[in-house]
Each structure stands twice: as C-alpha cells, then as structure tokens.
Design a protein around this ligand. Structure first.
Ligand SMILES: *Cc1c(COP(=O)(O)O)cnc(C)c1O
Length: 437
C-alpha cells in the first residue's frame, strides 16, 4: 500500500476532524480499498499531482466530469472571462440560452432543457415532472443504478451508496433518514431483467409514473444494456402511459454526441444530464419534448427553482466543453482511445492469467475481476473486490489513479492520448500480476 508523507497524514487527520469521514462525497474515501486518499493540489490534462509532488494518470476525471482533461485551456479561459464579468446574477443571460440550444441540438429526446446544479437535482426534478404529468405515485428504479442522493432514489443504489450506505435489503433504503414513504414509492427491478419490469407493470401498471434508468449503467462498474432491454422499457412505458427517464448524467456527451440514446437508438421521454456539460463545475440538467417541459414553472405548474441554476461560470465552462466536443472526429478519437485501453487491459489480463472482464463504450470503460462481464447488480457485486483493492493500490504505486472502489467506472478522456493509454496498460501488466498473488 502506498506510504504517505507526514504532511498527507496530518491533512488527513485534519480532514477527518473537520469533515465527516474526511471527504465531501463518500466515494472519495478509500474505505473500499483501504489506506488514505491522496490530496490533489492541481491537475493538467490527463494528470493530477498530489501534495507530495507525485504525478498520477487520472482515470477518475472528476467522476467523468472533465472529459477534456484537467485545466483545458479553452475551459480555463472561458471560466476566467466569465468570472471577471461577475459570478452570478439571478437574472437571465444569453449564454444560458446558447447552452440549452446546444443540448437540444445534440440529444434526440430534448427540445427544451432546464439547468440545475447537480445530477441529483436533475433526476429529482424529472421524477417530480413525471409524477405531475401522469398523476401517479410510483417510480421504477433498477438495483445498482445511481441517480443521486434524493430520498426516493436511495434504494438499492449503486456507487458510494452500495459501499457506504446502510445494508440494503430489497426495497429498504440505503440510508437511515429516508422515510419509508419515499422508499415505498420506488419499485425495484434488476437491470437487464425486462421480466421484472413486466411483472411490476402487471401489478401496478396504472400507478407507475416513470421508469428511470441509466441507459448504460456506470455506477456498478459498467454494465451494458443487453439487446432489447432499453427497447423493451420503451415499449412497456408507452403501453402503460408511464414516462421513460434516461439518466444520462454519465453517458451524456461521453458515449457519443447524442448520448446513449442517440447511439443506441432508443428515445426516452425525459433525459437527465450533468457532469460533462459543466466542465467540472456544479451542474445538472433535465430536458424533453416541449409539451412536457412546458409543464415546468413558470411556464407550467410543476415547481422547480434554483438561486444559482444556469450560473454564468458553469455555463461558460459547459459551452467551452461542448464547442470542443462538436469538432469533427472527436468522438471517433474518444472511441479509439477507449478501445485501445480496453484491448490493452484485456491483453494484459490474458498474459497475467487473471480473469478480468473489460467492457467499453466511448470514453467509458468498465473492469470487473470476474470471468464474464456483469449484467446486473448481483453479478457486479460478485466480482472479486479484494483483488480490485490490491490492483488499485498496485496501480496507484505505479502512478495511475483509478476509482477507489470496485463498483465505479474507468473514465478515459480526450487528454489521454495513445502514449498515456499505453502507460496505463504497461502499469496494469505489472499490477495485474502483483495483485494476483
Ligand atoms: C453522478 C450521477 C448522478 C448524481 O449527480 P451529482 O451531480 O453527483 O448529484 C446521477 N446520476 C448518475 C447516473 C450519476 O452518475
């Protein structure tokens, strides 16, 4: 395990004294892999630098939010310029309109979009809208999908909630403090098990407001939708008068310019976005057809608001990112880099004689120490977490920072060029052998 200097240890003690668990979001702690997190002082392109001056190739990328890499000049410049003109007005700005238009131009289901401050808010607001327009109470959610930390979504949730939440029995909330009422309005199904959803609709069909799903699940490692799964959800929701909500907070602008929905050819009613569209600043968005979105206040009765929503600095950063992503060939390049990493990791695992499944779509890569790629939450959690922890530390020692938990994605961005990807693969060759012992 990586040994830290006195300074890091001291900061970590201060952190744990001043902040619950030492971190402002649970997944950042090393609870799932052991040891002490590193403190980051700066980032540049594919790299982050810690307090001790060590450099790491960063495969966390702010959990997918910084697809251009750290401190990209276009983003830095946009942020500086916006900040110099004032940090927030609480009045309309033209840049908000441009960002909304850009998103609507890219994502097939979106004609109108409302900006919020986090993915959590985006999903919470989309669910409220779905309940309002259908007049129904229930929401179907999939085990292992993460949709932020609003009450109703903290039931069998993936990501940090799977590691740091309360033990999750079927339909019991992942956290104390979530009321049985909120949890009870969330119906659970297994990812990729269409028959679970059919059974829920058979029983509760006229009470289900929406099915919410990550079209590519990226908070239980990465789990790809099996052929027919998303199409089946589309068909079932349409037949029963429920809305289909795609949570594309991770996949949006990462697996392609038109998101997972464009790439996979399934169009939801509502789409949630976040992460990439804020360039590393706090952001979320939800959007859909005009008829639905015009139910949102002040156009319609469904209340949703935010003092800092559409913040000028966030919007400037988001626009700068989307401008870069709109350039020709960008997603082909991201796909090629993702494939290069996935193939390199598969090859290294074969050579090391280690059972490692690797899946990839665009700048999203998922690894699992298992014979076969996980297809749902149970198979994702059945992967070898002990081996992941050893692999994580073996990689960290070699200067590669993976997510400090097995049930997270590996994020590749446009700053990870071929040489950087190859350096990751080279580190993995040794780390796989070491962690197999
Ligand atoms: C990160 C994430 C969220 C929550 O976004 P925050 O900005 O952290 O609130 C919601 N859904 C998915 C799929 C996510 O990955």
């Amino acid at each position: 395990m990586t040994r830290h200097s006195e300074a890091t240890q001291q900061w970590w003690e201060r952190a744990r004294h001043a902040i619950p668990g030492g971190v402002n979001s649970p997944v950042r702690a090393f609870g799932a892999v052991g040891g002490t997190p590193v403190f980051i002082v700066r980032g540049q392109g594919p790299y982050v630098y810690d307090l001790e001056g060590r450099r790491y190739i960063d495969l966390v990328q702010s959990w997918g939010a910084v697809i251009l890499g750290h401190a990209h000049p276009a983003v830095t410049e946009a942020v500086k310029r916006a900040a110099a003109d004032g940090t927030s007005f609480g009045m309309p700005t033209t840049a908000e309109v441009e960002l909304a238009e850009t998103i609507a131009g890219a994502i097939p289901s979106v004609e109108m979009v409302r900006l919020v401050n986090s993915g959590t808010e985006a999903v919470m607001s989309a669910v409220r809208l779905a309940r309002a327009v259908t007049g129904r109470p229930y929401v179907v959610k999939f085990e292992g999908c993460y949709h932020g930390h609003s009450d109703g979504m903290l039931v069998r949730a993936g990501s940090g909630a799977a590691v740091y939440g309360a033990p999750q029995g079927t339909s019991s909330p992942a956290s104390p403090g979530v009321s049985p009422g909120a949890a009870g309005e969330t119906l659970l199904a297994r990812y990729n098990h269409l028959s679970d959803v059919e059974a829920l609709f058979d029983r509760w069909g006229d009470r289900i407001a929406a099915v919410v799903v990550e079209p590519v699940a990226a908070n239980m490692g990465v789990v790809l939708p099996e052929p027919g799964f998303l199409e089946g959800l589309r068909e079932l929701t349409r037949r029963h008068g429920s809305l289909l909500i795609f949570d594309e907070v991770i996949t949006g602008f990462r697996v392609g310019w038109s998101g997972a929905q464009g790439r996979l050819g399934v169009t939801p009613d509502l789409t949630c976005l976040g992460k990439v569209i804020g360039g590393g600043l706090p952001v979320g968005a939800y959007g859909g057809p005009r008829a639905l979105m015009e139910q949102v206040a002040p156009a319609g009765p469904v209340y949703q608001a935010g003092t800092l929503s559409g913040n000028p600095i966030t919007v400037a950063a988001g626009l700068a990112v989307l401008r870069e992503l709109a350039r020709p060939g960008v997603y082909e390049r991201l796909e090629a880099l993702g494939q290069r990493l996935a193939e390199g990791l598969r090859q290294s695992a074969r050579e090391a004689g280690v059972a490692l499944s690797v899946v990839q779509m665009g700048g999203l890569v998922g690894i699992a120490f298992a014979e076969a790629a996980p297809t749902d939450f149970d198979s994702a959690r059945a992967a070898d977490a002990g081996r992941y922890a050893r692999f994580f530390h073996a990689m960290l020692e070699r200067g590669v920072h993976l997510a400090p938990a097995m049930l997270e994605a590996v994020f590749v961005g446009l700053a990870h060029d071929e040489a950087v990807v190859d350096a990751v693969v080279e580190a993995a060759q040794a780390a796989l052998i070491e962690s197999a012992r």
